[in-house]
Design a protein around this ligand. Sequence first.
Ligand code: GTP
Ligand code: SPV
Ligand code: MN
Length: 603
Amino acid sequence: MSQARISPASWVTEIAELTKPENIVWCDGSQEEWTRLTELLVADKTLIRLNAVARPNSFLARTHPSDVARVEDRTFICSEQEIDAGPTNNWRQPAEMRALLHAKFDGAMRGRTLYVVPFSMGPVGARQARYGIEITDSAFVVLNMHLMTRVTPTVLEKISEGADWVPALHSVGAPRFDAAGVALGEQAWPCNEDKYVVQFPESREIWSFGSGYGGNALLGKKCMSLRIGSALGRDEGWLAEHMLLVRVTSPMGKKYHIAAAFPSACGKTNLAMLNPTIPGWKVETIGDDIAWIAPDEAGRLRAINPEAGFFGVAPGTGMKTNPIAIQTIAANTIFTNVALTDDGDVWWEGLTDEAPEHLTDWLGQDWAPGADTPAAHPNSRFTVSIDQCPIVASDWDSSDGVELDAILFGGRRATNVPLVVEARDWAHGVFMGATISSEQTAAAEGVVGTLRRDPFAMLPFCGYNMGDYWQHWLNIGAGLEATKLPKVFQVNWFRKNAAGKFLWPGFGENSRVIDWVIRRIEGEVAGVDSPIGLLPQLDELNLDGLEIAAGALEELFHIDVNSWRAEARLTEDFFAGFGSHTPSAMDEQLRELERRLGWDPIS
Ligand code: GTP
Ligand code: SPV
Ligand code: MN
């Protein structure tokens, strides 16, 4: 469903007439632009330049305390029919939303600069690449787009040659003047209490108002690559996924490619930069958040990372947990909402075992160890180019992408879900993805810790009816030979014991799980059947040198039939919420699970 669009220049004129900026700047992604805009933002105190010896060319931003995460209840999918957005999305009638947004954007950029940012998701010119133009009144957004996407005027050439593109409009919603020209006063972090992150999946447009933070404002990321991307994928026969992408080389020298979908703040960046604790294994990073997956001519699923950088969670990232990330962010990095040390460097919980004696916290207040609030916001993050990752695959941006050998689904589950379990076949794998639940994290506004369904880790990111999305996954699998499909697994690094302690050490030790996954692909280990899928036999796991409490392994793989029956009952209700859009294959999977749990299916 390709749309004939007006030219970028006409669109910019139209938006400038609406938003009434002071001036217009066309961005080119150059080093000169980076220098100019960082200097501008340091001068107006939006950015703090970090100690140039400790962390060259790096900056700290402190957002408004109300603008710290994605705003899911202010995120809208505006399809013509409500049913096409489905029950998991906020829906508004497109014409109604357009009228509302026009009123919001009218004069929204008074006294500000309108930046035009042409960007590509995927290598420019690649078959799978998609182009966008973000208009924003935030220089901070422009700088982050430099790191996260490919900002280049070549995109405008491609568009003038006829390539399709996504118009993505963003304003922080904080004009400097009102309509009468009266100064409105400038906040340190301009934003608006009223926020809208709006996708029009049918006309492939994005309108975002009121927030300068992460996925709300960097419109190439969740808005375009996932919400619009998933709608494109449905229509064009591919998959836009909230997945990391890695290459793993075994001690035998054989290469495998793995994609993994975990909900926000559940370990994608960490697995993407896995530092294996078992000898002989090598991991190369390809992507840490988004994968676009398409069938190729040979009938295999191939994936690219459409992004060009990482927007990673800071807390918990340290030399012990993720040394690769620590090396990646040594320079040329923008930090948001972390703490500032007295010598002008950054700190957050988990960077070191002990906090410095004095810090300036993310709110700009004095902070000392023992304070009852964290120094860094739990959703504080770093933005950095993927090129700086010491283990990035040299061909990470190859236009061809990589053939997938395995897909992992995971979440934060304190109970029930074992360390690893393999799906019996593709449909069972889709069922595993569809039934992911996870404890709420700080990545979105909401109560941290409550268990929520997050199918395919796409709950906030699917641009159409989630039930139809499951059917699309089934269709993709049905269109390919079963032997050529990636094997599907569910993993859980977060199971806890009765005392509330993690049973599994996680991070680099997750290589032991990857080792088993790959030996399953090679047919070297048989596993053992269980009601929920194929589990490892404990002696199939490489546990050499692992320090783990007695009994912890048994607990990690324990399947509690009663809890699983209770979970199946909840799944029944969950599926019912999608009505006739729940694929019958998903209902069959649920009945099969109930049967294996020794329980008479209720229907
Ligand atoms: P988004 O960028 O929000 O999509 O998140 P992500 O999935 O990339 O999450 P990330 O890897 O940044 O991890 C989030 C948090 O989980 C961090 O605090 C990590 O330290 C923690 N974490 C990651 N892997 C593990 C693990 O294997 N075990 C434990 N216990 N914690 C982990
Ligand atoms: C997530 O929340 O899944 C992120 C961060 O990766 S954001 O870009 O803000 O969506
Ligand atoms: Mn994410």
